[in-house]
Design a protein around this ligand. Sequence first.
Ligand code: G3H
Ligand code: 13P
Ligand code: NA
Ligand code: ZN
Length: 308
Amino acid sequence: MLLTTQQLFKACYGRYAIPAVNVFFMEEIHGLFAAAEEAQAPIIVQTTPFARDYAHAGMLLAMIGAAARIYPGVVYAVHLDHGYEEHIYDAIENSGYTSVMIDASHDDFDQNVSRTRAVVARAHEKNISVEAELGVLSGVEDDLSVDAAHSFYTNPAEVEAFVKATGCDSLAIAVGTSHGAYKFSGGQGLQFSILEEIRQRLPGFPLVLHGGSNVNPQIVERINAAGGQLKTDAKGVQDDEIRRAIPLGICKINIATDTRLLWTMVNREFFRDKPEEFAPTTPGKIFMDTYRKFMQEKFDLLGCSGRA
Ligand code: G3H
Ligand code: 13P
Ligand code: NA
Ligand code: ZN
């Protein structure tokens, strides 16, 4: 059943969270839907502009639609991740998406408000939910001190006015994570005092955590043992941080890096161990199966198994 993210968040707020997984190719979509059907877990399938360029938006949406027919029990939303206006208006008009993100977080507050508001007006006409972002995620880099990095976190004093002025349905916040495999080089971790303050100012309002991958050290180790060269300070969000964030209003946890690491691990190990092989379907099957199991563990962590 295809729902909006707003409908999904209404059911989960404060109790469990829903994984929002970036998909790029067919094997991921199979693995994701197979896992969701088995676990009876709601999911958010999301595509970035990069994914739409890579595979073509029509191809991705057709595959997602096919998966929904192959796995008819799945409760899901289709979301545009990190969209700009060109992608958003295309996603709204060429239906298939039930949710879009407008990422105007690099603009100043007023500009962010006005761009988000315009998107909300168009999306809501078609019953499509809108995720907006306040605070700058990617600004937290290795070479910044924690103090300097601080200025990129979402300012809790701004959240109420932002949500009120824009009419957005959920809010992505910057509370210490960044995208990719090296999130906490500065050792900062998730900023629970900021998250708590945001929740107090926006009680009951769905919050979104970008950069939600765990970057499991065992997987990093296996990749490197199979010829990879990931750096040793690869680090993601810890499971107990995820558990703590959910009662504080985090409803959607974005995951892309973890599934890429899985793909890399499966393929590196496969071709290391079977150098005579050249059929993509053999590691493809292993990948789908590994992905399915990985997702089931995520569902359990987020508390969404059995909630669909
Ligand atoms: O949050 C964004 C995605 O992880 C970005 O990845 O642009 O390679 O799809 P991508
Ligand atoms: P990760 O890099 O932690 O997987 O974050 C993904 C994300 O936020 C996609 O929008
Ligand atoms: Na998003
Ligand atoms: Zn993101």
